[in-house]
Design a protein around this ligand. Structure first.
Ligand SMILES: CC(=O)N[C@H]1[C@@H](OP(=O)(O)OP(=O)(O)OC[C@H]2O[C@@H](n3ccc(=O)[nH]c3=O)[C@H](O)[C@@H]2O)O[C@H](CO)[C@@H](O)[C@@H]1O[C@H](C)C(=O)N[C@@H](C)C(=O)N[C@H](CCC(=O)O)C(=O)O
Ligand SMILES: Nc1ncnc2c1ncn2[C@@H]1O[C@H](COP(=O)(O)OP(=O)(O)OP(=O)(O)O)[C@@H](O)[C@H]1O
Ligand SMILES: N[C@H](CCC[C@H](N)C(=O)O)C(=O)O
Ligand SMILES: [Mg+2]
Length: 490
């Protein structure tokens, strides 16, 4: 593509020299990815400054650089106000505005995003549609999966991914939209058709200065639905009527609003909810009719997830019968309330709860169905919100008969200090142990288990690694638990 033509989409920019005749074959934001013929966009990051890598990029063949600071370079320099924003716009244009052709659903909220995207995936597959799903676990295009390093990738990877989805005839894209991504503008170039809000509770206060700021970031998804109306392709905000944060989100969007809930009046509601240890049933009421749902998903929080997905599916004109079939078919989501079954007479559940609210939800659910003791094995991630640590520990001792505090992903923090933060506020009477090594902690909990106990191993869910320092070691809670169960049986 001609560089002038690419830049045409930017309202203002300055060039150090003429760029007439400069052709580019790619955009890159990481000097390590630069190949001959690309334009390198310099991002001022949290860790390093992309402007410091211009020489590397040029050596590797970048034919122009886009900057927001004053720099010297041997290739044409294009200066813009904000490279991050420019990157989103340029990436959209470079890939020919993929999301204007691809129906796109975005899901935001503290908990439940991955679950809701997987429910929607099942619903659209039921309609024989080919789906593309972007989120915490992986990128999925049809049946092909690819590893992903952020829940919501950077703007460039995103646009490239949507382009690939179109190339591979995807009919429906579904993505998790993290608050970080919204705040950093990773999704500026995305044209959403439906935006879903799950819920708001405390997380990420290492990044956002307070809960209000965190909610404000989430509200950007609803503002980005835009304010143009199209009777053919209506846009919808799907909000949780039982979460008061929805008020601000409703005011943030100019588009149609559909709500879901169990308590407050909502467009789509769950009535007559039956929560069981083997599954959940309820009547879904909606403007297009009512239908009985009987699902294998467990816990009240999953009723909300099913309502969120169903409401978006109704907005996308999916018939209720297909929603029902999909919800009844899904067995569970990787690493979310996932049982580890080796024929033992106690339950072992691996779950991704890593926030106070999600831990409370899963422990309450375990408590409801436990015929005997509930044990929880849990830690908190390093280099993440410190203020959630004591909250998670006090929830663990409140709901479990016995808590074992251990390491999650300590990252660059001292694991003992993370555990000290967790246990700092616990009283003498609380029943807990501290075992730094996660494998030992899991083995010990399983070693103590007797008939009908529930052991909840929380925090890492689908993760198949543990990050200590900067190194990722192989670690899978499910495998570790499986081995511990087997060696106990011997
Ligand atoms: C705090 C944060 O979000 N950081 C993100 C940010 O990293 P950063 O600002 O530190 O980047 P940097 O290393 O300073 O690099 C700046 C620029 O220099 C470039 N560079 C760098 C090195 C080099 O040799 N050459 C070079 O050109 C980089 O490509 C980049 O363009 O930009 C990176 C590239 O887009 C992201 O991968 C990275 O996410 C890190 C890994 C992260 O952990 N993010 C978490 C907090 C996050 O975003 N999580 C949410 C999910 C939360 C949830 O699900 O609850 C998510 O969406 O994943
Ligand atoms: N609607 C919900 N409300 C509260 N807790 C939930 C809800 N749905 C799931 N959870 C809990 O939160 C955990 C994470 O769920 P899920 O992965 O779906 O959320 P997420 O928003 O994608 O999380 P992340 O921000 O880490 O990507 C689950 O393992 C479960 O413990
Ligand atoms: N997306 C979340 C995942 C947390 C998972 C938990 N296992 C941890 O490492 O803290 C984050 O990056 O904060
Ligand atoms: Mg997720």
């Amino acid at each position: 593509m001609n560089l002038n033509e690419l830049l045409h989409v930017l309202p203002f920019y300055k060039t150090s020299t003429t760029i007439d005749g400069v052709e580019i074959n790619a955009i890159e934001m990481d000097s390590r990815e630069v190949k001959p013929g690309c334009v390198f966009v310099c991002i001022s990051g949290f860790t390093v400054d992309g402007h410091d890598y211009i020489d590397d990029a040029v050596k590797q063949g970048a034919v122009a650089v886009i900057v927001e600071k004053q720099v010297e370079a041997s290739v044409p320099v294009i200066t813009v106000d904000d490279t991050n924003r420019a990157l989103s716009v340029l990436a959209s244009k470079f890939f020919n505005y993929p999301t204007s052709k691809l129906p796109l659903i975005g899901v935001t909220g503290t908990n439940g995003k991955t679950t809701v995207t997987y429910l929607l995936d099942e619903i659209f597959k039921q309609q024989t549609k080919k789906t593309g799903v972007i989120g915490t676990i992986q990128l999925k295009i049809g049946e092909d999966t690819y590893p992903i390093s952020n829940t919501t990738p950077d703007a460039l990877s995103l646009q490239r991914t949507f382009h690939k989805m179109l190339d591979e005839d995807v009919d429906q894209a579904i993505m998790e939209v993290s608050s970080h991504a919204l705040d950093m503008g990773r999704v500026y170039g995305c044209d959403y058709d439906i935006a879903i809000f799950t819920n708001l509770s405390q997380d990420h206060l290492d990044y956002h200065s307070n809960l209000q700021d965190y909610l404000r970031a989430k509200s950007l998804l609803f503002a980005q639905l835009g304010n143009s109306y199209d009777e053919q392709g209506r846009k919808f905000a799907v909000l949780n009527a039982d979460d008061e944060a929805s008020d601000l989100l409703k005011r943030s969007t100019a588009q149609h609003v559909m709500t879901y809930g169990c308590h407050n009046q909502a467009t789509v509601m769950a009535k007559g909810i039956q929560l069981g240890a083997a599954g959940t049933s309820f009547t879904l009421t909606s403007p297009v009719g009512d239908i009985e749902i009987s699902s294998r998903l467990i816990g009240m929080f999953n009723v909300y997830n099913m309502l969120a997905a169903s409401t978006a599916a109704i907005a996308a004109n999916v018939p209720l019968t297909e929603i029902k079939t999909a919800l009844e078919q899904i067995e569970g989501v990787n690493g979310r309330f996932e049982p580890v079954v080796e024929g033992q007479n106690y339950a072992v559940i691996v779950d991704y709860a890593h926030t106070p609210d999600s831990l409370e939800n899963v422990l309450q659910t375990a408590r409801e169905f436990a015929k005997n003791n509930v044990y929880v094995v849990v830690g908190c991630g390093g280099d993440r919100d410190r203020t959630k640590r004591p909250l998670m520990a006090s929830i663990a001792v409140k709901y479990a008969d016995h808590a074992i505090f251990t390491s999650d992903n300590p990252r660059t923090e001292d694991p003992q200090l993370i555990l000290d933060d967790m246990t700092a506020g616990l009283g003498e009477s609380s029943s807990y142990d501290v075992i730094i090594d996660r494998k030992t902690a899991i083995s010990q909990a399983i070693g103590h288990a007797t008939s009908d106990d529930i052991i909840l191993i929380a925090g890492k869910g689908h993760e198949t690694y543990q990050i200590i320092g900067h190194t990722k070691y192989d670690f899978d809670d499910r495998e570790v638990a499986r081995k511990a169960i087997r060696s106990k049986e011997k």
